[in-house]
Ligand binder design. Structure first.
Ligand code: F6R
Length: 609
């Protein structure tokens, strides 16, 4: 939610900021803006709507000149998306870009109003900027002191990049909860909400922590604690390069990321397999403790939560351990009965999702051991869990998650197998066989990707539907939820996922002539039952798309379109069946001419509650 950037160095600051913002646009795209420090003070340019609007403005109006600046791409929280509410926000002395939410902005506003401040925007950010301004002007005009003063008052989540008019040779950055990294170049330095924003210039960066103030100059970065002492920081190095953050010839990041799945799964599983068995010790997991947990709690949001649902079916079936799956925003407020005898597993691509992070903290408070399945290295969830299993998928830029889901499931399988082996519910040879099936999955996914023309054809037949249903049983039901979410979020077609056996308890009344129903049938022991449910909707006029195991014989009384998946073991079908669902959603959105990678009202990283 919101991307912030900063640049200081010898290159054209406006170009650098806009280029970095383009890489962060997936974090929010309601408005954007930049502020550049120059000889005549701080120059601000901002525009509602996509970054292209800002680019146009910069081309039409005089370009700010300078070598230090900050920029922002917004996902609106306080105040509608408009020019006036776009960031940067501030005063003539202090300009700020912000990712997060200031909870006590009303109190701050009351305080500042008494001091004679007036506000032009509705944003909490403007209140924060004015508070820093007040500390700055009423103190010794010292940026560090002003930031310390304001941060002592501000409550909420924030990553700030700040410009002070009197100090055009430096940028300041602070954070609490929201992510922020500092890129380390040669004679130039960067601020970014994540490494993607500056990866084409440097792979080296610092992770800024809460209660640290970074002063960033062209020739050095100085990070101090709240008491002013310099903090020694470890330089981090990104292990991926700019091509991973570019489209590489695909029309959209989503399509590129769907195609990256075989490679991503290989990267996620290979370091965790030794001698044909799962090996989680390398991630610091105490595998002897695994079978002793009373219960496992998988907590996440959206697509990541759907990966948790796959975990429930797979772990309960293979290891016989009870698994509870929760949406993080519910978990944290439902007084969950989690104890020190339980294992809490947070799943998150970004590692920054506010609800998942809060749920994790609650689980820790209650004494549970914690593990994170996380993609973004060094993210907040990754840092706060006891142990992190990174998914190594590389950056996922498209707002709709595809490869991150795939690798989350891949890691879940390894946990399930390890647990089952330690519990004794499977033998060593069964475990080896399961691991070898998992190792075959990248090839299986590649084969399914060859069905992309069929998926595109199916999309062209259903894209004008007003509403449709996804149905399945067991693991197929878990997967149908993800299929439905993917379609909704990018194609804007309403859909619901239903347990196939539950339809006749109400929902089947929605089925009318021509309504598309996407059915999944991969699980041997319930295939016949699912087929019966499909026939029920077909008999009522539904246009059925069936994604199924290769042995399923499909007559005209069952489905209009069929995608037979390559053969694999039952528990691994979700990895194969996810692909056509992603592709159908993708083509529905692309054929409708939607902005596939940046669907309306959404943002990639949800750092607010
Ligand atoms: C949907 C999607 C979201 C995320 C959810 C959690 O395609 O991407 O539903 O899965 O916002 O995000 P992370 O995984 O970053 O915690």
């Amino acid at each position: 939610m919101c991307g912030i950037v900063g640049y200081i160095g010898t290159r054209d600051c406006v170009d650098m900021l806009v280029d970095s913002l383009a890489r962060l646009e997936y974090r929010g795209y309601d408005s954007s803006g930049i502020a550049v420090a120059g000889p005549d003070g701080i120059q601000v340019r901002k525009a509602a709507g996509r970054l292209s609007n800002l680019r146009r403005k910069l081309a039409d109006e005089d370009r700010p000149a300078g070598h230090a600046g900050i920029g922002h791409t917004r996902w609106a929280t306080h105040g509608a998306p408009s020019d006036v509410n776009a960031h940067p926000q501030g005063t003539k002395d202090v300009m700020l870009v912000h990712n997060g939410i200031i909870e006590n902005y009303r109190e701050i506003e009351d305080f500042l109003t008494q001091k004679g401040y007036t506000f032009s925007s509705e944003t909490d950010t403007e209140r924060a900027a004015c508070l820093i301004d007040w500390y700055y002007r009423s103190g010794k005009r010292d940026p560090q002191e002003a930031l310390r003063g304001a941060l002592g008052v501000i409550r909420g989540s924030y990553a700030f990049a700040v410009l002070f008019r009197d100090f055009p040779d430096r940028l300041y950055a602070v954070r609490c909860e929201s992510p922020l990294v500092i890129g380390l170049g040669d004679g130039e330095n960067f601020i970014g909400s994540d490494v993607t924003s500056f990866i084409s210039y440097t792979k080296k960066y610092y992770l800024l922590e809460k209660d640290e103030i970074a002063e960033i100059r062209a020739d050095g970065v100085y990070i101090r604690g709240m008491d002013g002492h310099l903090v020694e920081k470890k330089v981090q190095t990104a292990d991926w390069d700019v091509s991973a953050a570019e489209k590489g010839g695909y029309p959209h990041f989503m399509l590129k990321e769907i195609h990256e799945q075989p490679e991503a799964v290989r990267a996620a599983i290979s370091p965790r397999i030794r001698d044909g068995l799962p090996w989680l010790e390398g991630d610091g997991i105490d595998t002897d403790k695994l079978p002793k947990y009373r219960k496992l709690f998988f907590v996440a949001c959206g697509t990541a939560m759907h990966a948790g649902l796959v975990a429930k079916y797979v772990i309960e079936r293979t290891a016989g351990v009870e698994v509870t799956v929760d949406v993080a925003s519910e978990f944290r407020y439902r007084d969950p009965l989690i104890t020190k005898d339980d294992l809490f597993v947070a799943i998150s691509q970004s590692g920054e999702t506010a609800d998942t992070l809060a749920a994790l903290r609650l689980a820790k408070e209650k004494g549970a051991d914690t593990v994170g399945i996380v993609n973004v290295v060094g993210s907040s969830i990754a840092r706060e869990v006891d142990h992190v299993l990174y998914t190594y998928a590389g950056p996922e830029i498209s707002v709709a998650s595809t490869k991150a889901y795939m690798v989350q499931i891949a890691v879940v399988y390894l946990i399930a197998m390890e647990l089952a082996l330690k519990k004794g519910t499977i033998s060593r040879s069964q475990c080896e066989a399961a691991v070898s099936h998992l190792q075959e999955m990248p090839d299986v996914i590649s084969q399914v990707l060859e069905e992309k023309d069929t998926c595109s054809m199916i999309a062209s037949r259903i894209m004008n539907a007003e509403s449709l249903l996804y149905i399945g049983r067991g693991l197929d039901y878990a997967l149908s939820m993800e299929g439905s979410l993917k379609l909704k979020e990018i194609s804007y077609i309403h859909s619901e996922s239903y347990a196939a056996g539950e339809l006749k308890h109400g929902t089947i009344s929605l089925v009318t002539e021509g309504m598309p129903v996407i059915a999944i049938a991969t699980q041997k022991r319930i295939i016949e039952k699912t087929i019966s449910n499909i026939k029920e909707v077909k008999a009522r006029g539904a246009k059925v798309v069936l994604i199924c195991a290769p042995e399923v014989e499909v007559g005209k009384d069952v489905a209009d379109y069929v995608i037979h998946l390559p053969k694999t073991d039952d528990i691994f079908y979700p990895m194969a069946a996810a692909v056509p669902m992603q592709l159908i959603a993708y083509y529905c959105s692309a054929l409708k001419g939607n902005d596939v990678d940046k669907p309306r009202n959404l943002a990639k990283s949800v750092t607010v509650e």
